[in-house]
Design a protein around this ligand. Structure first.
Ligand SMILES: O=C(O)CCC(=O)C(=O)O
Ligand SMILES: [Fe+2]
Length: 230
């Protein structure tokens, strides 16, 4: 499932991040790439563990923790500390697949990358190109979002970022391990959750409908009990 999560950050948070990112030291993005993706990757990154990356990473993780759409769609177990990238002057990232396993820097912990995320700090009017294209069985889906919005997509997908031919594209990107490894099962849980929420909103006050909503909520939790890995 590929999902846009609007307004993860407020306009004030985006402005604060932009200012901090403009002043940070950027290095070659190849340092966090795997063997194959290093050949395709041409961008800049803030080094892992840089104070700006930590501060803004915490801001993003806090915002996501309070975002019901993100929590419902991702069912996150562990989130990789967000990284930050910048493409300008024709830079791009050719077709690649993200590493399946990532060590969380400075810890003995590893995560399985079930989902990949890109959170935009620059708006589409600020640069040309720079679309993130995610391939799935139905073809390629091109994504270019307003600042503060985020896209969540299966880390299993081949994807690329088109050359940025004017201006600069600044984003945060990271991965997460979900409590539900399988994309199909996770999508089912998300659909069920969305439908239950809508039913309880639309049929509030109807006693029979409320009984069914409680029963469906039970089905949701019992499926989660069957499928979740912790
Ligand atoms: O810049 C992006 O939107 C994606 C970056 C990416 O695919 C990666 O770093 O693996
Ligand atoms: Fe990637």
């Amino acid at each position: 499932m590929l999902l846009t999560i609007p307004d993860v950050l407020t306009a004030e948070q985006v402005a604060h991040a932009r200012q901090a990112l403009d002043q940070a030291d950027w290095g070659d993005g190849r340092v966090t790439a795997g063997y194959q993706s290093a050949k395709a990757k041409d961008n800049m990154q803030i080094p892992e563990g840089h104070p700006v990356a930590r501060e803004l990473g915490d801001m993003i993780l806090q915002a996501l923790g309070k975002n019901p759409l993100f929590m419902s769609a991702a069912l996150p177990l562990r989130v990789f500390p967000p990284l930050f990238n910048r493409y300008a002057g024709g830079q791009s990232f050719g077709t690649h697949v993200d590493n399946a396993i990532r060590q969380i820097p400075g810890t003995p912990h590893r995560i399985r990358t079930d989902l990949s995320a890109t959170l935009f700090f620059t708006g589409p009017e600020e640069y040309d190109g720079g679309e993130l294209v995610v391939e799935d069985t139905y073809g390629g889906k091109s994504v270019k979002l307003p600042a503060g919005h985020m896209v969540l997509y299966p880390a299993t997908s081949l994807h690329h970022v088109k050359p940025v031919t004017r201006g600069a594209r600044v984003c945060s990107f990271f991965w997460l391990q979900s409590m539900i490894r399988d994309d199909g099962q996770r999508s089912l849980m998300f659909d069920l959750d969305v439908a239950i929420q809508r039913l309880s909103r639309d049929l509030a006050g109807n006693e029979t409908a409320e009984k069914s909503t409680v029963q469906l909520t039970g089905v949701y939790h019992n499926l989660l009990r069957q499928w979740a890995e912790m």
